[in-house]
Structures are given as C-alpha cells and as structure tokens.
Design a protein around this ligand. Structure first.
Ligand SMILES: NC(=O)c1ccc[n+]([C@@H]2O[C@H](COP(=O)([O-])OP(=O)(O)OC[C@H]3O[C@@H](n4cnc5c(N)ncnc54)[C@H](O)[C@@H]3O)[C@@H](O)[C@H]2O)c1
Ligand SMILES: O=P(O)(O)OC[C@H](O)CO
Length: 355
C-alpha cells in the first residue's frame, strides 16, 4: 500500500456526513465534503463548524467543503454518500461523471427507495456497475459521535478491500468499525429500526413504562428479523450492531430524529406538524409505508409496522397502537427456535374436535 494519505470524499452536509468527514481527517486522510448550500460550505471552510447540523462540533480544519462535485471527487479513493434516500439516486447521478471503478463507494443512508423497494447500496451498484460497494450502519447518533462518545459501526460488503479500507479510514479510539459480508441484512437493519424508533418515541410520550419499552423493542427485533429473513438477509446480522445495537439506541434516545417524530405524535401533533417541527429527515416515516406495503404483498406478519402505519396515515389515535400490540397473535417468542406455525398448530390441536 502507498504512503500517500487516503483521499476521502463525503457527499452530504448533514450531521453524520460531517462527523464522518472529520473522523477521516483526524485519521490523516485528505477529505473533501460536497454540499448544496454555498453559505454552509463557506462556514465549514472558514470556521470549521457546521452551524446548521452540528453547531457545537469542532470539525477537523483539514476538511474542505465545496458545492462543486468535480472538486470533491477528483482523485477520491473512498466516497461516502450521506444523503437522504429520497435524493440519493439523484446525487449519485450528479456525481457519476467523476466516479470510477477503482473507487470504494459506501452508503451511510438508512432508507429505502420506493420504486422497486431498493436499498441505497443497490442504487450505487445500478448507477455505476462498479465492484467496490459497501454500506455502514450501527448505533451511530451523529451528535454523540461529535462528542467523541464511544461507539461502533459495521462496514458491510462482500468485497474484502472495501471492508478493510473503510476500517482504516474511519476506525479510531472512539469509533470502532466491525466487518460483515451481509450487506443486505446490515442495510435493511438500519432502515427498519427507524420504524420502531417512531413507535418507541410515541410510547414514551404516552407514559408507557420500562417493561413496555422492553417488550416493544424485543417484539420489534422479532418483526424486523422476520421481514429481513423473508427478503433474503441473514438472521444472525440482527444480533449485531446494525441490528439490535442500532435498534436499542434509536428506540431509547431523543437525539434520534425518528424517535422525536414519535414523541411529537404521542404528544398530540399531526404527522405534518411533527415532521415540520423536526426540520430534518426522519427516514422511518417513509420506510413504514414501504415496509407495511411490502409485508402485505409478501405475506409477512408485521403487527407493529401495520399499527404504526395506521396511526401515521389512517388517523388511528396513537393510544390504539399499544392496544393493537396487545391484541396481536400470542405466538412464538424466538421464531428461529420455535416456529410460529408450530405454535399455531399446537393451538389447533388443543382446540381439538370440540374447539
Ligand atoms: N444523523 C445521524 O445521526 C445519522 C447516523 C447514522 C446514519 N445516518 C444516515 O445517514 C444519512 C445522512 O444523514 P445526515 O444526518 O448526515 O444527513 P441528513 O439525513 O440530515 O441529510 C442532510 C443532508 O442531505 C442534503 N440533501 C438533502 N436533499 C438533498 C438533495 N436533493 N440534493 C443534495 N443534497 C441534499 C442536505 O442538504 C444535507 O446536507 C441519513 O439518511 C441517515 O439515515 C444518520
Ligand atoms: O436520527 P435518526 O433517527 O435518523 O437515527 C440516527 C442513526 O440512524 C442512529 O444510529
């Protein structure tokens, strides 16, 4: 490997993109960050601060921000795409003329494209056809990372070079980077947990207790892994940082934007009011709609996603969601040990001919 510093490009000027850019610069990389807003780019270059998304964070002065894609991508070895899912493909298309097959392309985005139910790394693949593609996901609240609180993420790719290069670029003493080859599972975990973070925020605002929160998170894990396995992911991924790890943090912290949307709904706001007050993207709002439709289409049992969908889009009061949870099927605890079908069959047998 050469002694030249790694050249990292970050697309996106939000809080996570900014924190990752600064970590890479701390690790000695030459870092360029692309964003749309020229005033924010100027502020990052002048004050080494992102006043819009992470006002109290001292960005490494070596990070150079720009609104010009060519300047940011020129010579980049690693490209991190930190753009909300709705704009992701569009931004990758803008970047495409400066991308090449030798680069490592990594999505940080925890969302789903409506057309074709596609995850972001799939979009990277479709738009480029390049071989070094990965995704990072884990318990990664940007605000805490900016405070250098200890945490870890997962780099998932079936390409070993992508995994090791990202571990080198981003791993440091407060941000560990673990590896996985289940790209789809890791990416789906990151998208799905946003649904349950909204439900958890709502439950907290409605005054539900710790037992309830624990039940909600655990049944959420069962539901998200059931769905993910149906879609082809490895269930073991959900035992890791990008599964249960990210679920716990996002369902527990009001630093999570998805959790905050849920809290606002539980306090009586409409969805529009909750999203407007947030002023940032909460991917879970869109994800719950897409996942609920997909689960229905594929016959996957997802009572929590269904209940949340009804609260968000069909005017069902938030209190009803808790009731629906308690009225759901009393089925298997861990389906990979005892299948739901076995529990159902036992009930049918118990009812017998008189039942
Ligand atoms: N913030 C976090 O704590 C966090 C942590 C882990 C992962 N993520 C994921 O990473 C992704 C990026 O998160 P973030 O918090 O850095 O940013 P964000 O989701 O708040 O997005 C903001 C950035 O995207 C830009 N953007 C939005 N629409 C755009 C468009 N049409 N064209 C160009 N740029 C556009 C905004 O200008 C801004 O720079 C998210 O999708 C999220 O799921 C976020
Ligand atoms: O602020 P959220 O809800 O988008 O969550 C941020 C990260 O995904 C937490 O890992």
């Amino acid at each position: 490997m050469s002694d030249e510093p790694m050249r990292v490009a970050v697309l996106g000027g939000g809080s996570f993109g900014t924190a990752l850019a600064s970590i890479a610069a701390d690790n000695g990389a030459r870092v360029r960050q692309w964003l749309r807003d020229p005033d924010l780019a100027a502020q990052i270059n002048r004050e080494h601060r992102n006043g819009r998304y992470l006002p109290d964070y001292a960005i490494n002065p070596a990070v150079v921000a720009s609104t010009v894609m060519a300047e940011v991508l020129e010579g980049a070895d690693l490209v991190l795409v930190a753009i909300p899912s709705k704009a992701f493909r569009d931004v990758v298309r803008q970047a495409r003329p400066w991308l090449h097959a030798g680069q490592i392309l990594v999505s940080t985005t925890k969302g789903i494209q409506e057309e074709g139910f596609k995850l972001m790394s799939r979009i990277l693949e479709e738009e480029t056809g390049f071989p070094h593609i990965g995704v990072i996901s884990g318990p990664n609240l940007a605000t805490e990372i900016a405070q250098k609180q200890l945490t870890a993420t997962v780099i998932a790719s079936d390409d070993p070079e992508t995994r090791t290069r990202v571990q080198t670029a981003l791993g440091c003493d407060y941000f560990r980077v673990y590896a996985s080859n289940d790209r789809y599972g890791v990416e789906l975990g990151g998208a799905l947990k946003n649904i349950y973070a909204i439900a958890a925020g709502m439950a907290a605002a409605l005054g539900m207790g710790e037992n309830t929160r624990s039940m909600l998170m655990t049944r959420a894990l069962a539901e998200m892994s059931r769905f993910a396995v149906d879609q082809g992911a490895n269930p073991m991924t959900f035992l890791g940082l990008a599964g249960v790890g990210d679920l716990i943090v996002t369902c527990s912290s009001s630093l999570s934007r998805n959790y905050r949307v849920g809290q606002a709904l539980g306090e009586g706001s409409t969805l529009d009011e909750a999203v407007e007050a947030l002023g940032q993207v909460a991917e879970g709002v869109n994800t719950v709609r897409l996942v609920r439709d997909k689960a229905r289409e594929d016959g996957v049992y997802m009572p929590l996603a269904e209940g949340l969908y009804q609260v968000l889009f069909e005017g069902v009061p938030a209190q009803e969601m808790a009731r629906m949870l308690m009225l759901g099927e009393q089925s298997s605890d861990v389906e990979f040990i005892l299948s739901r079908e076995d529990v159902r069959q036992a009930h049918r047998d118990d009812e017998g001919p008189h039942g």
